[in-house]
Design a protein around this ligand. Structure first.
Ligand code: ADP
Length: 319
């Protein structure tokens, strides 16, 4: 293992920079050449690659986003694009690649590993939508951002005695809405994993008002519907004023919280260890506070378990 490459791909997530920094510094510490591949798989196709030194990753651990840049690269999914990526890997004498990204990026990593490229995946996505790991890098920071927004919305909604629907990210996985709802004291959580019963939602708002609640906060994952549509449906049952807030890309940015920096730093070093030990073609994850690795295909085939206890608890605690 003489030369390794590191790239970030798909949606950016706070804490990715801590992972990049760890791969680069842990690699150099172990006398490995580390190459930074810009803009995800596109950088592999375009040979947009730079040699990293210790100072390439100076002053980035506290920054959100990814200093290597990221992209959604359709061309990598074509035969021609994939071949061009493989040619670059050969041309640059890359012995192993660390891919920091989400589910889509890991499908790309699986393709690379099947083509004989030693590949390690580090989970970087705010959605926490990967089944094999308890947490992904960026999820905790996004949760904090959402919680901050809930606190602010709470002030205004209690002053005006209003119901608020806050739409957050999560197309297939409602973890951001669920855990911010539980931690933020929301009245309801609407997520793709659970079928929505609008009548029940309307009833809960009415019950809350009857017992003197000053506001109701409904957390909605984007995959469960859009805030304005849900508002209109609720208003078919009850005529209360409902305000909608769609948080959008604010959730992606910001200074990574300590947990995401720690996860990024540990996983970055662990990825280099895996390559050094010949433990290739694995994804890194965390279970019960420990970092572990799992075969890429096995990890990608796992089905995410829905945390129904957290869902029920949110309901109970908001009676
Ligand atoms: P994320 O990694 O955040 O889930 P995407 O799903 O957009 O983000 O995937 C990022 C990139 O990974 C894609 O633009 C593409 O280059 C690559 N990719 C996604 N799916 C596949 C696949 N099935 N095979 C090969 N590459 C893929």
């Amino acid at each position: 293992m003489k030369t390794i490459g590191v790239l970030t791909s798909g949606g950016d997530a706070p804490g990715m920079n801590a992972a990049i920094r760890a791969v680069v510094r842990y690699g150099i510490y172990n006398n490995i050449n580390v190459l930074g591949i810009n803009k995800g798989y596109r950088g592999l196709i375009d040979n947009d690659i730079e040699k990293m030194d210790l100072s390439s990753v100076a002053d980035i651990i506290h920054r959100g986003g990814t200093t290597l840049g990221t992209a959604r690269c359709e061309k990598f999914m074509t035969k021609e694009g994939f071949q061009e990526a493989l040619e670059t890997i050969r041309y640059r004498d890359i012995d192993g690649i660390v891919v920091i990204g989400g589910d889509g990026s890991f499908r790309g990593a699986k393709e690379l590993s099947e083509a004989g490229v030693k590949t390690i995946g580090i989970p970087g996505t705010i959605d926490n939508d990967l089944a094999y790991t308890d947490y992904t890098i960026g999820f905790s920071t996004a949760l904090e951002t959402i919680l901050d927004a809930i606190s602010k919305i709470r002030d205004t909604s209690s002053s005006h005695e209003r119901t608020i629907i806050m739409e957050v990210m999560g197309r297939n996985c409602g973890d951001l809405a669920l855990y911010s709802g539980l931690a933020g004291g929301a009245e309801m959580v609407l997520i793709p994993e659970v079928e929505i019963n609008i009548e029940e939602v309307a009833e809960k708002i009415t019950q809350g008002m009857a017992r003197g609640k000053k506001h109701s906060i409904i957390m909605l994952a984007e995959g469960a519907g859009d805030a304005y549509g849900i508002r209109d449906q609720i208003n078919e049952y009850i005529g209360v004023p409902i305000r909608c807030t769609v948080l959008g890309y604010i959730q992606r940015g910001g200074t990574p919280v300590s947990y995401d920096r720690l996860l990024g730093s540990r996983m970055g070093a662990n990825a280099v260890e895996c390559l050094l030990n010949g433990n290739n073609n694995v994804l890194l994850g965390t279970k019960n506070g420990k970092i572990f690795d799992m075969d890429i295909e096995e990890a990608l085939n796992m089905k995410k378990k829905f945390d129904d206890k957290a869902f029920e608890l949110t309901k109970i605690l908001s009676i």
